[in-house]
Write a protein that binds this ligand. Structure first.
Ligand SMILES: Cc1ncc(COP(=O)(O)O)c(C=O)c1O
Length: 412
C-alpha cells in the first residue's frame, strides 16, 4: 500500500476526531437538537440526557464526581476560568490594592496559562515564574521554595506540549494541600493519554480539551473540586447561569457528547495506545539519533509522555529543515510572531540556544500512526539533515575536530 502524504505527526497540536466520536455526535445536530436548558419538552430532556452522560464519562476518566465537571470551549477557557476565577475569589486584598495575592507558575507553561497570570499581575497580583533545569521539570521542591504566606494559587501543567515532560503533579498537589494553597493543572496533553485520579493526584482544578484526545475542537472541561477543600470560583462570563453559574451560555450539546465519547474511548484504549506509541517513538528516536550525529532529545528522557519527541539537530538551518521535511506534518522549534520567527520559549527555558531551538522538530504520534509512517519519517529527516549539512562549512569544521566554541569569529 502506498503511503499517503503528508504524514501527520503533530498530534500534540490537534488530533483527528475518532469516527466513533463523530457518530455519537451526529444525532445531536438533527433529531436531538434541543437546548439542554429547555425543561418543558422532550427535545430539551434528550439534549440534557446527552450532556449528563458526557459529564459522567468525563468524571469517570479523571476519578471525580459529575458535579465537579464544567464544560467549556476548551483548555484556553478552562485555564482562564480556573486561574482568574480563583484569583478573584481568594484575593487577599480588593482591586486597587498593591498585593492582592501571590501565584506560582513556570516560564515554560502554555500561553493559555502565562497570559492570564500576566494579566493578573497587571491587576495587582504577584507571581513567581519558576525556571526549570535542562530536563524541563518542575518539582515539588521548587514549589516548596517559592511558596509564601500570601500564595493563593499554584498553576503548573501536567505534561508540557512541546517536549512532553511530566511534572510531579501528585507531589506538588500534596504539598499545596498541606499548605492550604490551591493547585490548578493544565492537563491538556495528559488527560486521555495517561491515568488520572484527581483524588489520589491531589488536584483542585484541572483543564483539558477535546481536540487533543480524538474529540471535537471547541469543547473542553474544567474539574473543580467540591470537597476538602470546596473550591469556589468567580465566574468570568455573565448570562443565563448555565454550568451552575460558573459558565453562562447555551451548552454545545453535540460537542459535549463528542467530548464524552472521546473520554469513554480513552478510558478503554489509552493504556494500549501508550505502549504502542512508546515503542514507535523509541524506534523513531533510536534511528534518528543513531544516524544523525550532533542531535539531541530535549527534556527529561524518562519523565515524558510516550508519544512526543522533540529533537534538536546541530549544523542545520531551521527554515531549511522545515522546508526539507515538508512531507511530514510536524512542529518546529520556531514560533511565528507578528514580526519574525522566534525560537521556542520552552526550549530556551531548558537552555537550548537560539540556533538549535530553530533547528528542532517536535514529532507527536497518535492512535493511527503506523510503523510505515515512522519508517518514512526516519528516512526523510535523515536525508534532509544530511543534505543540509553538505552545505554547512561549520559542520565540516566540526568534523575536522575544531572546537567551534573556541573559534574567534571575525566581526564586520
Ligand atoms: C498545554 C496546553 N494548554 C492549553 C492549550 C489550549 O487548548 P485549547 O486549544 O483547547 O484552547 C493547548 C493547546 O494548544 C495546550 O497544549
Amino acid at each position: 500500500m502506498s503511503l499517503k502524504l503528508p504524514v501527520y505527526m503533530d498530534h500534540a497540536a490537534t488530533t483527528p476526531c475518532d469516527p466513533r466520536v463523530v457518530e455519537a455526535m451526529l444525532p445531536y445536530f438533527t433529531e436531538r437538537f434541543g437546548n439542554s436548558g429547555s425543561r418543558n419538552h422532550r427535545f430539551g430532556w434528550e439534549a440534557e440526557e446527552g450532556v449528563d452522560w458526557a459529564r459522567e464519562m468525563a468524571a469517570k476518566l479523571i476519578g471525580s464526581t459529575d458535579k465537579e465537571i464544567l464544560f467549556t470551549s476548551g483548555s484556553t477557557e478552562s485555564n482562564n476560568l480556573a486561574i482568574k476565577g480563583a484569583a478573584y475569589m481568594y484575593e487577599k486584598a480588593p482591586a486597587g490594592s498593591k498585593n492582592r495575592g501571590h501565584i506560582i507558575t513556570a516560564i515554560h507553561e502554555h500561553k493559555a496559562v502565562l497570559d492570564p497570570v500576566k494579566r493578573l499581575v497587571k491587576e495587582g497580583f504577584e507571581a513567581t515564574f519558576l525556571e526549570p533545569g535542562e530536563d524541563g521539570l518542575i518539582t515539588a521542591e521548587m514549589i516548596a521554595k517559592a511558596l509564601r504566606p500570601d500564595t493563593i494559587l499554584v498553576t503548573i501543567m501536567w505534561a508540557n506540549n512541546e517536549i512532553g515532560t511530566i511534572n510531579e503533579i501528585p507531589a506538588i498537589g500534596k504539598l499545596c494541600h498541606e499548605k492550604g494553597v490551591l493547585l490548578h493543572t493544565d492537563a491538556t496533553q495528559w488527560v486521555g493519554k495517561m491515568p488520572t485520579n484527581v483524588e489520589t493526584d491531589n488536584i483542585d482544578l484541572m483543564s483539558w480539551s477535546g481536540h487533543k484526545m480524538y474529540g471535537p475542537k471547541g469543547v473542553g472541561a474544567l474539574y473543580v473540586r467540591r470537597h476538602r477543600p470546596r473550591v469556589r470560583l468567580q465566574a468570568l462570563q455573565d448570562g443565563g447561569g448555565q454550568e451552575r453559574g460558573f459558565r453562562s451560555g447555551t451548552l454545545n450539546v453535540a460537542g459535549i457528547v463528542g467530548f464524552g465519547k472521546a473520554c469513554e474511548i480513552a478510558m478503554n484504549e489509552m493504556a494500549a495506545d501508550a505502549i504502542r506509541l512508546g515503542r514507535l517513538r523509541k524506534k523513531l528516536e533510536d534511528a534518528l539519533t543513531a544516524q544523525i550525529d550532533v542531535s539531541k532529545i530535549n527534556g527529561h528522557l524518562e519523565k515524558r509522555l510516550p508519544h512526543i519527541t522533540n529533537i534538536s539537530f546541530g549544523f542545520v538551518e531551521g527554515e531549511g529543515l522545515m522546508m526539507a521535511v515538508k512531507n511530514i506534518a510536524c512542529s518546529s522549534g520556531s514560533a511565528c510572531t507578528s514580526a519574525s520567527l522566534e525560537p521556542s520559549y520552552v526550549l530556551k527555558a531548558l537552555g537550548v540556544g537560539d540556533e538549535l531551538a530553530h533547528s528542532s522538530l517536535r514529532l507527536s504520534l497518535g492512535k493511527w500512526t503506523t510503523e510505515e509512517q515512522v519508517d518514512y519519517a526516519i528516512g526523510e529527516i535523515t536525508k534532509a539533515v544530511k543534505k543540509l549539512r553538505e552545505m554547512s562549512p561549520l559542520y565540516d569544521m566540526h568534523k575536522e575536530g575544531i572546537d567551534l566554541s573556541k573559534v574567534e569569529w571575525a566581526h564586520h
